[in-house]
Structure formats: structure tokens, C-alpha cells
Design a protein around this ligand. Structure first.
Ligand code: MLT
Ligand code: MN
Ligand code: ZN
Length: 310
């Protein structure tokens, strides 16, 4: 299986258009060699190197496709795309905005939970992906689903599972108490498997807690891409960027006793790569002490164009 990180930044990317935090201003001003510019969070995967799935579709998708030779239309076809399937993990803008880039009467298939398909259904702008051209298939949780595009088998399965998280930011119901109206299916993780080789990887760009069911699921996994939004829960508040902590945004932090570094310590995951990294996160600076700490714990910092073969 071939996997390419199209973008490893969180919503807004790095640098974010309106942000002058230390990281953003540093990378914008100096093109500092210790930083990598990041587009928003998405991964592409393929069994055969010809047909590809996208895990989330970001507002940066056009740029991400242009940077990935394997995603260009194959020679000899006037209109075509190797992108056959898009799987969505939630309804936030950074994960669905790129669907609008995929207009142009190109057939493909969208997989998402009914909760996220509801978001597409209730926003008529997505009807530009006309139902007779672009299939929308509901993902059942905890059930391996064979990925198909208009009768074509992509040769792999995806299993969606609920993770602790939050309803999309623009759908938060302030009257619904501390959950803001979050329901099962609003935020999922994905296990992508190649049944021929038996390999699999996990893609979990948004997750508020590594709870016991998730621990059991991830134990011994060969490869996990995981939510690396923040280093500390209150870093956006401390930097004066936003009056919200990570847990309020549905994102676990890397550090601390309840953080992801600690949670993964005993899981025996062979390769663990942070994605969906927010521009406020000090690990974006390759020279930082925080970067050293997560790397010492066996983590890699995902970057745009990073490729992994399983
Ligand atoms: C998030 O991951 O919290 C979202 O991308 C926030 C947003 O939509 O801006
Ligand atoms: Mn996001
Ligand atoms: Zn910033």
C-alpha cells in the first residue's frame, strides 16, 4: 500500500492566512529552515499506485494534487482522475472544503457517516457534485467496507470507528450543554486495510481522548497517523490566539499525563506520525525542545509530500 500525506497542517494550515503567532510570523518572514510550510490535513492512499483514495478533502486540494504526480490525470485520457474515492472523517471545513475542488463532472465516490452526509445534503453548494455522477455511500461504524467506485473495486477495505470528538465547529449548538450537540458519527477514525497483504494503517486526524476501546484497537498497529493539533491544551490561550483549549475544540494534546505521547507509550505501535498539526504547536520548529521530546518518544512529525509504503 502506498500512502502520501497531502497535508499535515490543522484547519488554516501553516502559516495561517491571518496569523502572526511566533511560528507563523517566523516562517512567513524568514522562510526559516527549521520550519516546513503545511497545507491542511489529508492523506492519499493506493493499493496499486493507479487508483487512489483521499482521506478528507481540504480547501488546499488543488495545490496538493498539483504537488503529487500520481494524482495527475493519466496520459491518453482527455478527462480523468486517479482519485476514485474520498473518505471523510468529520464535517469540518478543513476536511470537506476540497470537495468543491472536485467538481467538473468527474465521477468518484464519497464515503462518510450519515451524520457527515447530512452536512453535505443540507448545504446545496455540494450538489455541484451531482448525485448521478458522484456517489455518496454511508459508512457503517465498526464494519469493514470494501471501497468501490461505480462498480470498480479499489482492492481495500475501510473500517470507520467513532472516536471522542466534537460536532463541526459551525454546527455547534450552544444550547445543548457541554457536548454542543455532538453525536456518534460526527468524528471518526479510519482503519484502511489491504486484505491481500494483511497490512493496515490508521488515520485519526481528530480525537479528543485515547480511551480504552481506541487503545485496544491501535495496539501493535504497523502505522498510525494521529491528531497532533496542539502540544499543550492551553497553548492557544497562552499565545493569545483564541479563547479555547484543545479539549474544547475536540483535540487531545501531545504532552501531559492525558496527552497522546503518554497514551501511546505502551501500545507498541510501530510507526506513529502526527498530522493535523496546528500553527501554534511548538513541534513545528525542528529545533524546539518539544520537537525533541516527541521524537524521543518515537513520534514523527508528518509533512506535506511525506510518503510511506506499507
Ligand atoms: C478543527 O479541527 O478543530 C477544525 O478544523 C476547526 C475549524 O473548522 O476551523
Ligand atoms: Mn480540523
Ligand atoms: Zn499562527
Amino acid at each position: 500500500m502506498l500512502i502520501r500525506i497531502l497535508g499535515s497542517g490543522a484547519g488554516g494550515g501553516f502559516p495561517q492566512w491571518n496569523c502572526n503567532c511566533r511560528n507563523c510570523s517566523e516562517v512567513r518572514r524568514t522562510n526559516h529552515p527549521s520550519f516546513k510550510v503545511l497545507t491542511q490535513s489529508s492523506v492519499a492512499a493506493s493499493i496499486d499506485g493507479t487508483d487512489w483514495m483521499l482521506l478528507n478533502a481540504t480547501p488546499d486540494l488543488r495545490q496538493q494534487i498539483m504537488a503529487a504526480p500520481a494524482l495527475a490525470p493519466a496520459n491518453g485520457h482527455l478527462r480523468a482522475s486517479p482519485v476514485k474515492v474520498v473518505v471523510l472523517t468529520n464535517g469540518d471545513i478543513d476536511h470537506i472544503g476540497g470537495l468543491l475542488t472536485l467538481r467538473e463532472s468527474q465521477p468518484f465516490t464519497i464515503y462518510a457517516t450519515e451524520r457527515v452526509l447530512d452536512v453535505l445534503r443540507s448545504n446545496s453548494v455540494f450538489d455541484i457534485l451531482a448525485p448521478h455522477i458522484v456517489d455518496r455511500i454511508p459508512l457503517e461504524l465498526d464494519t469493514p467496507t470494501k471501497l468501490m467506485d461505480h462498480g470498480k473495486d479499489l482492492g481495500c477495505t475501510v473500517e470507520a470507528f467513532d472516536v471522542k470528538g466534537k460536532i463541526a465547529l459551525y454546527l455547534e449548538d450552544q444550547s445543548a450543554g457541554p457536548t454542543f450537540g455532538t453525536q456518534v458519527g460526527d468524528t471518526i477514525g479510519l482503519k484502511v486495510s489491504d486484505p491481500k497483504t494483511g497490512t493496515a494503517f490508521f488515520y485519526i486526524p481528530g480525537c479528543a481522548d485515547v480511551d480504552e476501546p481506541l487503545r485496544q484497537r491501535l495496539k501493535g498497529a504497523p502505522l498510525v497517523f494521529f491528531d497532533g493539533t496542539l502540544y499543550t491544551d492551553d497553548e492557544m490561550i497562552r499565545q493569545g490566539l483564541l479563547d479555547k483549549c484543545g479539549s474544547r475544540m475536540g483535540h487531545i494534546s501531545m504532552s501531559g499525563p492525558d496527552g497522546s505521547v503518554s497514551a501511546f507509550n505502551e501500545l507498541g505501535v510501530k510507526r506513529k506520525i502526527y498530522v493535523h498539526i496546528n500553527n501554534s504547536n511548538p513541534v513545528l520548529n525542528a529545533d524546539s525542545q518539544e520537537r525533541g521530546a516527541v521524537e524521543a518518544a518515537g513520534w514523527e512529525i508528518g509533512y506535506d509530500g511525506m510518503e510511506v509504503q506499507l
